[in-house]
Design a protein around this ligand. Structure first.
Ligand code: ARG
Length: 268
């Protein structure tokens, strides 16, 4: 009798443990919004089921850069909160900046988020979310450079990250021949240091990060262009766009976006 009770207790304990594990397992695998579980809302169709695949170019501090092997930064953190709101797991893919839009268009990625300017020309190829940050194109020169203002850029070699708005605007304003295109901002800054180009046109926050990390560089006081950063989507993919936009606007209204931006860009 005693033995039978003991066995019963062990069995009960096992059943209990099993239930707990089953519950945990369920929670881990069905990380979806409540509404989906009740079947009242259709599940978001993403590139990979249950995941939000984001394309970025992680050489753009403080928006996206590597901390060891992990991609961190403003965009990475905002995207993580968006994915959480949508009950999806965020997957960040690092690619060339000029592969982001084609990849989004071809359905390889759900979103492109890369400190990307919601530029009018790009609207022909992709749709954009609500803007979540402001960007400014600035000019980095070597200390002691004879370039003191934008007027002095005439006839100079201008380094840019290929396919960025810095590239597009500088090519328009100063001619194709004046512009030297690099794979990322870091390589462009190296080219400036070694005298291959006379300046680099790039967004202000990465510019600050590059200048802080490299001796002998400075940013011109006059800025070159003001812009708005937004997330891009495949044209007509309103399902993802609406869902992501709704989550983003909520995060803006909750003050979460500002919190993240302030964490990476402390007020001067
Ligand atoms: N704001 C600029 C653009 O949209 C530069 C963005 C570069 N971003 C990056 N992650 N490398 O063209």
């Amino acid at each position: 009798m005693k033995k039978a009770l003991k066995i019963l207790a062990v069995v009960l304990a096992l059943v209990l443990v099993g239930t707990v594990f089953a519950a945990c397992g369920k929670k881990a695998t069905t990380n979806e919004p409540e509404a989906n579980n009740q079947g009242t809302e259709t599940k978001l169709k993403t590139v990979t089921d249950g995941k939000l695949t984001m394309a970025t170019n992680a050489s753009f501090p403080p928006y996206e850069y590597y901390d060891g092997k992990t991609i961190v930064g403003i965009d990475a953190e905002i995207a993580a909160l968006i994915a959480e709101k949508l009950g999806l797991e965020l997957v960040i893919e690092d690619t060339e900046f000029n592969s982001i839009i084609p990849g989004v268009q071809s359905g390889k990625y759900d979103i492109g988020m890369a400190g990307m300017t919601a530029d009018e020309d790009r609207l022909k190829d992709v749709d954009f979310s609500t803007s979540y940050a402001k960007g400014v194109q600035v000019v980095i020169v070597k200390e002691g450079s004879d370039i003191a203002s934008l007027d002095d850029l005439e006839g100079k070699k201008i380094g840019v990250q290929e396919a960025t708005t810095g590239d597009i605007y500088a090519s328009d304003d100063y001619g194709d021949d004046a512009v030297v295109r690099y794979a990322n901002g870091g390589v462009a800054v190296e080219a400036l240091k070694s005298g291959k180009v006379d300046c680099v046109i790039i967004d202000n926050e990465p510019a600050k990060a590059y200048v802080a990390a490299n001796e002998g560089l400075k940013i011109l006081e006059t800025s070159y262009a003001d812009e708005d950063y937004a997330i891009c989507f495949k044209k007509g993919n309103t399902e993802i766009k609406d869902a992501v936009d709704k989550a983003l606007v909520e995060l803006i209204n909750e003050g979460k976006v500002k919190e993240i931006v302030d964490k990476y860009i402390p007020a001067e």
